[in-house]
Design a protein around this ligand. Structure first.
Ligand code: IFM
Length: 395
């Protein structure tokens, strides 16, 4: 039996655009329609209306924290014009979490932008950080004191690659230079937001919250252990997984390492003794490799910062596999803890089935199933098993 520390944080995550519905001032909304995406986000899970019921479910599942994001485009639908009503909505949302004993982990940017910001070049604009900071200031002024964990930017590496290098997400850029420029601007925006958030807490005599990003990390594995493959693995790990985090550490603008882990990534040519074809897969074809979580966590030990798993999850129609996935990743996590890695908590992606970006509503990541015709929620068996771990701190 594995035991986790008493103060360990357990929860699940969502992001505004993927669950709220009707985010019509966001760049994704406009883009989905323009390119005629097969499945439009539309009403998503109607979480904007049903957040209280959804938090009841999380509480009933013994979660003690919850991660969500604020939709910038709702709060600032037109440049410089902030919506008091939407700010008040998010204040109610955060209070609803707290009333249920769920500690809020709040993300300020999770892939989507206001349309007006997209029109001026979004994160390529030289003043992107200034626009972002103005929004951050409004939100944090309203929520300071209620939020113990802030995540400024979700998966900056995924965002930069998908939107500016691979051409998959709006604005469908395909330029290495642009992806680097955006990464640079995101780093700057985070550093300033970090200090701004702390200043606001200080001004209000509040103890400092913990601030980070949620960094997507992949376990890079060489197909054959050749020197060339090992060098490629080293470089990918350095630039994809660590670069952003290291810059924030160098600027002392990070309190913990927020980590999102899903799967490994095979590097180089040739066969492998861990042949990817023998690994189990999620419904989008990503390999399942819990050892990768352990390896990555051990690699973070030298930074001397606590780690918070802010996303780990599986899309599958096989709920027994979902539980195996959770259990095996928790085993890896516990092994890393026994070997000296300090871990604050584990947040499963996602509380609800939701809009999986360009893949639409097909992939089912939820602990809770969503019927997209009736919007009825049904708790999955894996959620109940996970809830036992959350209650007892034992696996
Ligand atoms: O759904 C996404 C989420 O928005 C960011 N992290 C990965 C998840 C699964 O692809």
């Amino acid at each position: 039996m594995i035991e986790f520390p008493k103060e360990f944080l357990w929860g699940a995550a969502t992001s505004a655009y993927q669950v709220e519905g009707n985010n019509m001032f966001s760049d994704w909304w406009e883009w989905e329609k323009r390119i005629s995406l097969k499945h439009l986000s539309g009403l998503a899970c109607r979480h904007y209306e049903f957040y209280a019921q959804d938090f009841d479910l999380a509480k009933g599942l013994n979660h003690n924290c919850h991660r969500l994001s604020i939709e910038w485009a709702r709060v600032e639908p037109e440049e410089g014009k902030f919506s008091g009503e939407e700010l008040e909505h998010y204040r109610r949302v955060i209070l609803a979490l707290k009333e249920r004993g769920l500690r809020p982990i709040v993300t300020l940017h999770h892939f989507t932008n206001p349309i007006w910001f997209a029109k001026i070049g979004a994160w390529r604009n030289r003043k992107a950080d200034k626009y972002f900071l103005r929004y951050v200031e409004k939100v944090v002024n309203i929520l300071a004191g209620e939020v113990p964990f802030w995540v400024t930017i979700n998966e900056p590496n995924v965002y930069a690659y998908h939107s500016y290098l691979l051409g998959l997400w709006p604005p469908q850029g395909k330029s290495f230079f642009r992806a680097r420029q955006v990464t640079h601007n995101l780093v700057n925006a985070h550093i300033q937001a970090y200090h701004l958030i702390r200043d606001i807490y200080k001004k209000n005599n509040l103890s400092y919250p913990k601030i980070s990003i949620a960094q997507n990390m992949q376990a890079f594995i060489p197909r054959l252990p050749s020197l060339a493959n090992k060098i490629a693995v080293y470089l990918k790990h350095k630039f994809y997984n660590l670069e952003f985090i290291e810059k924030l550490i160098a600027h002392q603008a990070i309190d913990f390492i927020g980590m999102n882990y899903y799967s490994p990534s095979w590097v180089g040519k040739g066969g492998s003794k861990d042949d990817p074809s023998v690994l189990r897969k999620n419904s989008m074809g990503w390999d399942i490799y819990p050892q990768g979580l352990y390896d990555l966590l051990m690699g973070l030990k030298n930074y001397n910062l606590p780690v918070f798993i802010l996303e780990n999850g599986i899309c599958t129609d096989n709920d027994a596999l979902r539980w195996d996935y959770i259990k095996e990743h928790l085993e890896s996590l516990s092994r890393a803890m026994q070997n000296g890695v300090k871990i604050l908590g584990y947040v499963y992606w996602s509380l609800l089935d939701n809009f999986e970006w360009d893949k639409g509503f097909g992939p089912r990541f939820g602990l809770v199933e969503v019927d997209y015709h009736t919007y009825q929620r049904t708790i999955r068996e894996s959620a109940r098993k996970f809830s036992e771990v959350c209650l007892t701190n034992k696996l």
